[in-house]
Design a protein around this ligand. Structure first.
Ligand code: 4AD
Ligand code: MG
Length: 430
């Protein structure tokens, strides 16, 4: 019977075969402990000299790291391991011998590991991070499907910019100039007018010369957009969504969080509602915390966000930013012309902004005025104006950065470990 490590519990006390790689091993004269991995999980195989042929025992002792094998034996309970099961090995068939695998159990520098990302992904910690990432994606689809959203896929190649022109990746589209999408939002607004509540999930690109632990050049964003939904209602959906994915990861990634040594007590309390403070209040809070230089109208940097987050044990919404530091499409506050109906959601523990969102302008004249102020001209932008021309309605949306969320829930320092093959300022390899 060929099974996977993840299925081991169902085959307790049965003889099975698993296709695996040797992650690590320990052996003495009489016994060999093989750390096996097969993609679905990690499990120990025990080879006892007296229970197998001399040939099999020698094979086990000589297995080199990352050699691929078919390994056969009886699954038994193992109360000492978190996984709970191990294999009493009876046979080993080598598929392919790995010679001089470069990533050994000793410490390696980050640059070395990043150069070997295609292999580094096999390690236990990286495996755990990818499983957390997958669980967030799975829970995202579940949440939006359960709440009546339709998945819509905006284009990656675009003729317009959604978030300002300084961070665009330029490319040729035959004879035309095109860009890689910074955000699917404008297209998602069109989709919301057709389907009501929609969400997208796809890669987005920022040609930002930032080299921080929070910035990727290529990252994945979840962008919901909702017709007939105003700012406050959108915040409620955001906090429910974030609570849902946090609780899903706690529930379904117990082994992974353990491997990552994540302090889960900090995640258990992440339940809606989340606190909200206005940008004005955030400025006051920062001044109290000793940021004397910050002036009203300036954008927050990572140290500001971290300082604000420290005052709360849940993610915090900072609402109503000054119009001048936010995108052209955000709806002005009804009582104040200098701020817009928007919010950034700041994660706890210094992980920074994970969501940016807002209510959108739904008035044609105001939108035309913003076009002039922002110099948005040409056919690439004409279609978007038509959304406020034909049956315009109040609508809101937001974008959640997947990798920052993975970093927060996994508790990893740097965003480069949260995506399989990170695109960074100085890295397009592997
Ligand atoms: O705040 P941003 O730029 O918002 C938008 O793009 C809106 N159009 C979204 C919308 O309303 N539909 O980006 C949204 C989120 C950020 O909060 C952050 O989590 C993530 O995307 N993000 C990045 N993640 C990694 N690397 C980068 N360079 C990122 N830039 C933004
Ligand atoms: Mg933002």
């Amino acid at each position: 019977m060929k099974i996977t490590i993840a299925q081991a519990a169902k085959y307790n006390e049965q003889e099975v075969t698993i296709g695996a790689w040797l992650a690590n091993k320990r052996s003495s004269g009489k016994i060999a402990f093989l750390q096996l991995r097969d993609g679905t999980g990690f499990m120990q195989g025990v080879v006892v000299k007296n229970d197998v042929s001399e040939e099999i025992f020698q094979t086990a002792k000589n297995l080199s790291q990352e050699t691929s094998i078919y390994i056969t034996g009886k699954i038994v309970e193992d109360s000492r391991s978190k996984f709970g099961y191990e294999m009493q090995v009876s046979n080993i068939e080598v598929i392919h011998e790995a010679v001089d695998y470069p990533i050994t159990p000793k410490e390696h520098g980050t640059e070395f590991l990043m150069d070997h990302r295609h292999l580094w992904l096999r390690s236990r910690k990286q495996h755990a991070i990818m499983k957390v990432r997958n669980e967030i994606i799975r829970a995202t689809y579940q949440f939006f499907n359960d709440n009546g959203f339709v998945k819509v896929d905006p284009p990656i190649l675009t003729g317009s910019s959604a978030e300002g022109t300084t961070e665009l990746f330029h490319t040729k589209y035959f004879d035309e100039e095109a860009y890689l999408s910074q955000s699917g939002q404008l297209y998602m607004e069109a989709a919301a007018m057709a389907l009501g509540k929609v969400f997208s999930f796809g890669p987005t690109f920022r040609a930002e010369k930032s080299k921080t632990r929070r910035h990727l050049i290529e990252f994945w964003m979840i962008e919901p957009e909702m017709a007939f939904v105003e700012h406050e209602e959108s915040l409620e959906i955001q906090e429910n969504y974030v609570s849902f994915i946090v609780q899903a990861v706690l529930e379904n990634c117990k082994l992974e969080l353990d491997v990552l040594e994540r302090d889960t007590s900090k995640l258990e309390s992440i339940k809606a509602p989340f606190p909200r403070i206005s940008y004005d209040e955030a400025i006051e809070l920062l001044k109290e915390k000793g940021f004397d230089d910050i002036e009203w109208g300036e954008d927050f940097g990572a140290p500001h966000e971290t300082a604000i987050a420290e005052s709360f044990d849940k993610p915090v919404f900072i609402t109503n930013y000054p119009k001048g530091i936010k995108a052209f499409y955000m709806k002005p506050h009804p009582d104040r012309d200098d701020v817009v109906l928007c919010a950034d959601l700041i994660a706890p523990e210094g992980y920074g902004e994970i969501i940016g969102g807002s209510q959108r302008i739904d008035d044609l004249e105001l939108m035309q005025q913003r076009y002039e102020e922002h110099g948005l001209t040409g056919p690439a932008y004409e279609w978007y104006l038509e959304l406020s021309k034909y049956g315009s309605v109040p609508h809101s949306g937001f974008g959640l950065g997947l990798e920052r969320t993975v970093a927060w829930l996994s508790g990893v320092e740097h965003i480069r470990e949260t995506i399989p093959f990170p695109r960074l300022l100085n890295r397009l390899y592997p």
